[in-house]
Design a protein around this ligand. Sequence first.
Ligand code: LR7
Ligand code: MN
Length: 497
Amino acid sequence: THTIPSCNFIYFCLLTFFLLPFYLIVYFSSEDMKPKIDLQAGDNSSAVRKPGVHKVLSLDATHAPRDPNAVGQFGQPVILPGSKNAEVMKRWNEGHFNVYLSDQIPVDRGVPDTRPETCAQNLVHNNLPTTTVIFCFVDEVWSTLLRSVHSVLNRSPPHLLKEIILVDDASTKDYLKKQLDEYMSQFPKVRIIRLKERQGLIRARLAGAAVAKGEVLTFLDSHIECNVGWLEPLLERVYLDRKKVPCPVIEVISDKDMSYMLVDNFQRGIFKWPLVFGWSPVPEDGNRTLCPVMAGGLFSIDKKYFFELGAYDPGLDVWGGENMEISFKIWMCGGEIEIIPCSRVGHIFRGQNPYKFPKDRQKTVERNLARVAEVWLDEYKDLFYGHGYQHLLDKKVIDIGNLTEQIELRKKLKCKSFKWYLDNVFPDMDTPAVKAEGLQFNYTWLKSIRHQDLCVAAQSTGSGFTLVPCDNTKRELRWSYKTSNSALVSSLCRLPP
Ligand code: LR7
Ligand code: MN
């Protein structure tokens, strides 16, 4: 009876010994042991391409080990000694932020994962569309441009990143020429497009979009850092509904100490008259993520949908207003803009544009805004002009260019009215009553009594009215509202004192 157990034991040992290699083969070839995603692979890592869902990939890959002692590592603030002030100030205007400090921070530094805790557990689909990331820049600072590109390369699942297109909007700095070509040649996914003449960020984005190969376009400013897990939640939104336009939460990279700062108070993009962008808390009963206006610089959009919407008005110059245009267009023509709390990208907010405007800055921006107002605001455009832009109504002062195509586009897309937008997308906007109730006429912000293109004119004889084409420069079309007796009094009238 004593021999039996030991005999069994020998059999057991022999069996185990012979079977071990098979166990090992089976174990290492199982799905669990395979890396979910091969960071070096191109677009063919099949594991996450199968139908189904997976946990969002919280990648933070870099080719070099991160030096914990490097300047600004992990988004820490850097306090430079006072003796460096002169140098800091000397280089400030190159980018209107601390360029001297930026140049000392690793181009692939880590940043704190600022996502709300649940984000890393979220599931996203395996078969998300690919994206082309488009950076436009004019005379961007070398270290911030590189950091922007590295953050995309290091923190985007390679199979979803079709390419990165850098659109050089006729930069004048030498380092942005041959040196940039050489640097980027180590990354096969990075393409550089150079515009022969300065086009401004709007047409530069259009140039990038025109050659993009990804299914989704992702626009980013050229002084940003994408956080871990930033891309998949954006693409997931587009995948679920191609007419949704997702924006990451825009976090703050300090222009002074270059620290990466978490944004924890949830805000949405809004505007005030005269079309001034701002942030505001979400109203109590509002949907946390719906956003009346995007900031402009950071968003993903289905490429086909972008072109169906007519992309941007190519008549917009250099900088400004295009965020209003695309926002109104998306909302009024059947889409939605949404902020995605689990997608976070830091941006250096600067006090001034560091580049020159080919024409006067203010004139450029107000011309862009007037184009947007004329095409999208309907009767509310008077509110825009009424808040400090009356001078734009004199067509001799400023030529806002031809708008036929934009107006046709709005008709073709059968877009809803601006009133619909205000009532449904931005109901908490504090807009003065534009309409006098009960009349077919509208009493407008510019003090005219308007019905479509016709306005009520007082006759200088002092009796009777006529209807004439509206013209906000004419005194006889202006009426003041007297609260005391609810009367509309012509500005031709001389009131008794
Ligand atoms: O002529 C130009 N050509 C360009 O290529 C002018 C600018 N650019 C580039 C520039 O190098 C940068 O990469 O375009 C990008 C945006 O220009 P910025 O960084 O000077 O703009 P901004 O951050 O001050 O302004 C915000 O509003 C702009 C209005 O036109 C654009 O929509 C910006 O993309 C937008 N930035 C953001 O939304 C980031 C968050 C800021 C806020 C609020
Ligand atoms: Mn910017």
